[in-house]
Design a binder for this molecule. Structure first.
Ligand SMILES: *Cc1c(COP(=O)(O)O)cnc(C)c1O
Length: 449
């Protein structure tokens, strides 16, 4: 009983000077919860002692876990540029500043400043996109998954969509082409085999109920050996002959030619525009290097039908998305690729990466064993399946720790590296020059902890 009596009263307890710099309202709420819990634990004899210092510590711990941001900055030292788990593409700070005005003030999102009446939300972006791509119109939705869904639901509800068996993919986050298709109301008409699909498969598949010939980027896998698929421009031709829609879900979609001989295997959106397609869609935050969005480009009359679908109201994007995308497309239009972090990282030469690695090596060599090596990484995000690009890494060893121990310790400091050939590595493909000092300090903290 005396133990129960020694429990502090909430009102008095929260005046303790340890709580001086905290919001008293939240402290009181947490203190009440923890004190009630303590009383119950004493009554049920789960606890047979209590000390005030521990109680204060627990209140503060709970307070901090509630108030500290859960979404935090991390250092991506994995080398994977479009890292799906680490937030995909980064927004350039200056570009973000320009978009900030739009997000933090009233704006002409749906207002025509010339006519003085209601304007079109998507008009802001279509002008620059159409200039760049030579397309008739553009529509932006929440992400590429919703672009696929909206297109299928609009044009293929209760109708057939012809897709090669080799392209019925599942990409990360449980996006499965056959499942998305059935949810949208479209009927999947599979053609070909896993490894081979021919032109005649498409030709023979078209019937009175066919609405669309669809191609899907394989994204996270590739077929090697005895295989063939039909290039999109040939699918477009058949679709035109048979008077059905052609549509390519490009997945990533980029607006510039890729380096490291990736250009021929992964043509840009501009290349695909040359074959005069009905519809293309791609992500805003993969190789386009902007914000999460789904970009649909194509024929004006088709985009007009998409705009009439009620679903669009649910999939529409915010002013911040449109502002950021507009800036991104303008950077491409002006040839200022260095303004797009994803492309900047992709195009940085290994010589520059090596200089950065050396800078860090010099600072760390007295503290640990660190060696610079040439290695390979991937772009990520299902952009260029199984294709490697060159990179420079720094391998780190200290205190005879196993690589997975080093990985865990640095992860505790929000530095995410990778392990390769039994070594913990920092990959400079995704490390910015202005992050070097932070990395240096955090590694030293871990070594000297
Ligand atoms: C990534 C991807 C999607 C989904 O795009 P999100 O922007 O992530 O919604 C759809 N299709 C393919 C082929 C993809 O690679």
């Amino acid at each position: 009983m005396s133990l129960l009596k020694s429990i502090p009263k909430v009102d008095k307890f929260i005046n303790h000077n340890s709580f001086e710099n905290y919001s008293s309202k939240l402290i009181a709420k947490i203190a009440k919860e923890l004190i009630n819990q303590l009383r119950e634990d004493i009554l049920s004899q789960k606890v047979d002692s209590f000390d005030e210092t521990t109680l204060i510590e627990n209140v503060i711990k709970q307070y901090e876990s509630l108030t500290q941001p859960s979404l935090q900055k991390v250092i991506n030292a994995t080398g994977v540029i479009v890292h799906t788990n680490l937030g995909r593409s980064l927004i350039n700070e200056e570009v973000f500043e320009r978009a900030k005005t739009i997000a933090t003030s009233y704006n002409n999102l749906e207002y025509d400043l010339q006519k003085g009446k209601r304007g079109e939300r998507y008009a802001h972006i279509s002008k620059v996109f159409c200039e760049l791509l030579g397309c008739e119109d553009v529509l932006i939705v929440n992400n590429n998954a919703s672009a696929v869904f909206l297109i299928l639901n609009t044009f293929a509800k209760n109708k057939e969509v012809v897709v090669s068996r080799g392209e019925l993919v599942e990409i990360g986050g449980s996006f499965r082409v056959p499942d998305v298709m059935s949810q949208s109301g479209a009927k999947l008409h599979e053609i070909g085999t896993t490894n081979k699909t021919h032109l005649y498969d498409y030709e023979n598949a078209v019937n009175d109920n066919t609405s669309m010939l669809m191609k899907v980027h394989k994204s996270n896998y590739s077929i090697e050996g005895f295989s063939s698929e039909v290039p999109f421009e040939q699918i477009v031709k058949i679709a035109q002959e048979k008077e059905v829609i052609d549509y390519y879900d490009m997945g990533s979609g980029h607006l510039v030619d890729l380096p490291y001989n990736l250009k021929d295997d992964e043509p840009s959106v501009l290349e695909y525009m040359k074959c005069n397609p009905s519809l293309l869609s791609f992500s805003g935050d993969k190789l386009l290097g902007s914000v999460q969005a789904g970009i649909i480009v194509g024929k004006k009359e088709l985009i007009a039908k998409l705009k009439k679908n009620q679903l669009l109201r649910m999939l529409r994007v915010d002013k911040l998305t449109l502002a950021l995308l507009e800036e991104n497309v303008k950077s491409v239009l002006l040839g200022k690729l260095e303004e797009i972090p994803t492309l900047k990282m992709l195009f940085t030469s290994t010589e520059v990466l090596e200089q950065r690695a050396k800078q860090l090596q010099i600072k760390l060599q007295e503290h640990c064993n660190c060696q610079i090596k040439a290695s390979q990484t991937v772009i990520g995000g299902g952009t260029t399946p199984n294709k490697k690009i060159p990179t420079i890494v720094l391998s780190l060893e200290f205190k005879n720790y196993k690589p997975n121990k080093i990985e865990k310790l640095l992860r505790g400091k929000n530095i995410i590296g990778r392990i390769e050939d039994e070594k913990f590595l920092l990959d400079f493909r995704t490390i910015d020059e202005n992050e070097l000092e932070l990395i240096e300090n955090r590694i030293k903290e871990v070594i000297h902890a």
